[in-house]
Design a protein around this ligand. Structure first.
Ligand code: SAM
Ligand code: SF4
Length: 374
């Protein structure tokens, strides 16, 4: 018999069994979990939501992850890469609207042109906005030299999801070749941290073959690697991917969302001062999924700034929302929905991870913006 929820939620340290109990909570009992997470959030990061303008830079990808709609072997999508001007214009939109941050995300590429273009864009965006934006990159695994080049060019944060902390499950979700090696991904995460990036990771929730114990281990993994930010959300199938073959084994989408919300709440209790994203995949399952994630403990949202004509080609999974919206419409709807949840939006603030700022202070390191006064 596991302990009562009330007792577990009062503990200072949550062990694996506690986490499993919390992940398995039914709708009635999880109310207490969400209340506790809300209090933890108010006491640590408060009720401000930070925007990161998302720029889906390219759907060209050298990898073939079994779950992802833009994997290399999916021939359905026209492949694109934004022009420099399109990226600058999207960044400028974030600047004019005081978003404080952008994310440049892409399929994985490591060719010279890709690396140099990203480097150039980083210098340009920082110069044109006078460092008013903090820039997150989410460009997959790269070697240390490339990560350093981009850091020197002005990237602040890097998001590299581990996808699952279970190496056996990782192998089931990826081809077994040199491009898809769990240990390499783990190393990349450590390299990013050692360079000085605010480091983010995350997992997909409700994957076929994934157990509750895997999810508990994912939470412990975030804690062990002392991560600064997390973006995690439900796995959503894409009909033109190999994982779709296992559709008989998928959890219902609603359950994947409920699991994801509980994972967010538990993580907020476990790591109160990190940044946690309310992800687009949650909104795919429920139009209010992201707002529910904010109420469960998330504090970051990513309005999509990708030019409209490319959105149709960056479909990681079925029914991705917002592909018809232009940036202005989706921002306004999002702002209104956020206010209705009792949050304020941190316009003009970077919204850096409080966890990162604390740990760099403790480690006696200077963050790259000390002295810049924001
Ligand atoms: N290519 C880079 C990488 O893989 O790190 C960044 C872009 S990739 C599209 C960003 C994330 O999308 C992945 O880390 C993965 O977790 C998520 N993703 C891909 N396919 C998904 C799916 N079917 N359902 C939910 N999330 C998915
Ligand atoms: Fe490429 Fe990232 Fe999709 Fe994998 S998850 S196929 S690396 S875009």
């Amino acid at each position: 018999m596991s302990e009562p929820v009330e007792k577990i939620l009062q503990k200072v340290d949550l062990g694996k069994e506690d986490l499993i109990t919390l992940i398995r909570l039914g709708p009635d009992e999880s109310r207490l979990l969400f209340e506790t997470a809300w209090k933890a959030k108010q006491a640590s990061v408060g009720n401000t939501v930070y925007f990161r303008g998302l720029i889906e830079y390219s759907n060209r990808c050298t990898k073939n992850c079994y779950y992802c709609g833009i994997r290399r072997h999916n021939t359905r999508y026209k492949r694109y890469r934004l022009t420099d001007l399109e990226v600058i214009e999207a960044a400028n939109y974030a600047y004019r609207n005081q978003f404080g941050s952008i994310v440049i995300q892409s399929g994985e590429n490591s060719d010279r042109q890709f690396i140099e273009t990203i480097e150039h864009l980083l210098w340009e965006i920082n110069r044109l906005t006078n460092h008013a934006l903090h820039i997150t990159l989410s460009l997959g695994e790269q070697n240390e030299k490339t990560y350093r080049r981009w850091f020197e060019a002005g990237a602040h944060r890097y998001l590299l999801r581990i996808e699952t902390s279970n190496p056996q499950l990782y192998r089931k979700l990826h081809p077994s070749d040199y491009r898809h090696v769990y240990e390499r991904r783990l190393e990349a995460l450590q390299t990013l941290r050692s360079i000085g990036y605010q480091t983010g990771t995350g997992v997909m929730i409700g994957l076929p073959f994934q157990t509750t114990e895997d999810l508990a281990n994912d939470l412990l993994f975030f804690h062990t690697v002392d991560i600064d930010m997390v973006g995690m959300g439900p796995y959503i199938e894409h009909a033109e991917t190999p994982l779709y073959h296992y559709r008989d084994q998928f959890l219902p989408l609603r359950e994947r969302l409920e699991l994801s919300l509980k994972m967010v709440a538990i993580l907020r209790i476990l790591m109160p001062d990190i940044n946690i994203a309310a992800t687009t995949a949650m909104q795919t399952i429920d139009p209010h999924g992201r707002e529910r994630a904010l109420l469960a403990g998330a504090n970051v949202m990513m309005p999509n700034l990708t030019p409209a004509r490319y959105k149709q080609s960056y479909l990681l999974y079925n029914d991705k929302p917002g592909i018809e919206d232009d940036a202005e419409e989706s921002k306004e709807a999002m702002e209104e929905n956020i206010r209705l949840t009792g949050h304020v939006i941190g316009f003009g603030e970077y919204g850096d991870s409080a966890h990162f700022l604390r740990r760099t202070k403790e480690e006696g390191r200077r963050t790259r913006d000390e002295g810049r006064g924001r």
